[in-house]
Design a protein around this ligand. Structure first.
Ligand SMILES: NC(=O)c1ccc[n+]([C@@H]2O[C@H](COP(=O)([O-])OP(=O)(O)OC[C@H]3O[C@@H](n4cnc5c(N)ncnc54)[C@H](OP(=O)(O)O)[C@@H]3O)[C@@H](O)[C@H]2O)c1
Length: 475
């Protein structure tokens, strides 16, 4: 049952099933309407929208801004949003004519602004609201213009026709290059786009990226995230931050010789510095970036547990560890009655290097069947890095490394092209969708907003069981 029915300018009828209206500046205690205040108001509404209906994509209708000729204050010129802020849940019939129109309804949570508290109805609604491009869901979206409205044709509650539900899919934003290869301005734009597009987790490390930093030590990535959080008040609650300790050089330009390691002292000192750079009182996930077999595992486990006990980290995970070491650490954590590792981070993608070929990238460790077995048996999260192999699936300037030169790669790439054509998606999107379909969260590193937009759209690409089987056979 709907509250009202809204007719889009395209002619499509939408059922409005839930509506929340608030005064745009009702809670404003001081200051004046300007870009900063408006961005915060919009972020708050997008968060409300996501929390209200976590399984529905969220679309921001670009608001009309009034710019009266008033003197600019310290935060820039006066910009006024319309006085009424709305968050509404809409439903419509299936997008794909081949689907049953009722069983496969499309849904969208929309955030928009309007001049009065009138409930939109029929053809009597804001022009921008009625102009939503509901059918444009397959086209590449733009986060900045509200294209995070990544419509998806949702199957009924249970999985149908091999489609998975999309509510639990997530991409992690890799921020390794922020502050070094990616300058601060561009990093801010990427972070803004990620949050606007419904992204939550940021992956960084205290050592990012000492090898590209003239200082010879890490910290640039965490500093950029810290600056971004300060520039976007209220955003800390919208994101979760994962950082890592273990690899930062204690002596500039001296790695691995002076890498901090995982002694209790190094772990505590490393986290304290990370929190200071990020400007936060805790991180949501703390990774051991790699093993340190020179330190007793009991000591590392105890240090990570202590950090969770005192609230500096909400949970802990193991990156680039052998599965047996993770399980031993978890068993030691049980003995010490402290928080165990509950997440794994390893390198993984659709194509795979020749078995036993050493990887030239220092510190990288490939995900194995054993890691997945451990994760599935124990309910651990799995994050995959370098999932796009630095762009090699699509970029002639970045061919796949020689370790991938074997007949299996050619077979997989042929299937990848067929599946991508079938789903009208890009190669990168299918690779990310393939990981997400297995419950693996891909970490995507990007240096441009457009790359992120392409990656975010992968959450709407649904591989069928038949697609998965074809990949399994080709690999
Ligand atoms: N735990 C670990 O040991 C570990 C190791 C490595 C990485 N990581 C994490 O994983 C994240 C990602 O890893 P990564 O950077 O090695 O791998 P990646 O995500 O496969 O590669 C990122 C690069 O791929 C290119 N790219 C991204 N999207 C593209 C697109 N749509 N089209 C064309 N090219 C595209 C860009 O290259 P250009 O900039 O050249 O355009 C981008 O910088 C890192 O930021 C970090 O958080 C963790």
């Amino acid at each position: 049952m709907s509250l009202t029915r809204v007719i889009l300018t395209s002619g499509r009828a939408l059922d409005l099933t839930e509506l929340r209206m608030t005064s745009t500046y009702g809670g404003m205690l001081e200051g004046y309407p300007c870009k900063l205040v408006n961005d915060m108001a919009i972020h708050g509404l997008l968060n409300t929208a996501r929390q209200t209906r976590p399984s529905s994509p969220v679309h921001l209708v670009p608001p009309h801004l009034d710019r009266p000729d008033q003197q600019a204050g310290p935060f820039g010129p006066v910009e006024i949003l319309p006085p009424v802020a709305c968050v509404g849940s809409f439903r419509s019939t299936a997008l794909d004519p081949a689907h049953d129109p009722v069983l496969h309804r499309s849904s969208l949570t929309v955030v928009w602004f309007q001049p009065t508290p009138r409930v939109p109805s029929g053809e009597d609604g804001e022009e921008a609201l009625r102009g939503i491009d509901w059918e444009g869901w397959r086209r590449t979206s733009s986060c900045r213009t509200g294209g995070n409205a990544l419509d998806l044709e949702r199957a009924p509650d249970t999985s149908m026709n091999g489609m998975t539900t999309t509510s639990d899919r997530q991409l992690i934003l890799g921020t390794m290059d922020f502050g070094t290869r990616v300058d601060t301005g561009r990093a801010f734009a990427i972070l803004d786009c990620f949050v606007a597009g419904g992204g939550v987790w940021l992956d960084t490390a205290n050592c990012y990226s000492f090898w590209n930093d003239p200082s010879g030590v890490g910290g640039a990535s965490e500093r950029v995230i810290g600056a971004w959080l300060r520039a976007r008040p209220g955003t800390r609650d919208a994101v979760r931050i994962a950082t890592k300790v273990r690899q930062n050089p204690l002596v500039p330009h001296s790695w691995p010789q002076s890498a901090e390691g995982l002694s209790a002292r190094a772990v505590h000192a490393g986290v304290e510095e990370s929190l200071a750079r990020l400007g936060v009182d805790h991180v949501d996930l703390l990774w051991a970036h790699a093993e340190d077999r020179d330190v007793p595992l009991e000591e590392t486990v105890g240090a990570f547990g202590e950090l969770v006990a005192k609230g500096a980290a909400l949970r802990v995970g193991a990156a680039n560890h052998a599965a047996w070491r993770v399980e031993r650490a978890r068993s030691l954590a049980r003995e010490q009655r402290v928080e165990p590792y509950t997440a794994l981070q390893l390198r993984h993608s659709l194509v795979q290097p020749r078995p036993y070929t050493p990887l030239p990238e220092a510190g990288h460790r490939l995900l194995t069947a054993e890691d997945l077995d451990l994760a599935r048996s124990e309910g651990l999260a799995v994050w995959a890095y370098s999932a796009l192999i630095w762009g090699s699936y699509v970029r002639p300037d970045k061919p796949l490394p020689t370790a991938y030169d074997h007949p299996g790669t050619a077979r997989v790439l042929a299937v990848l092209d067929e599946v991508a054509a079938d789903l009208r998606a890009t190669r990168n999107q299918v690779v990310l969708a393939w990981l997400m379909r297995q419950g693996i969260d891909p970490i995507v590193g990007v240096s441009r907003v457009e790359q992120l937009e392409e990656a975010l759209t992968a959450r709407q690409v649904s591989l069928t069981d038949a697609h998965m089987t074809r990949f399994e056979e080709a690999r």
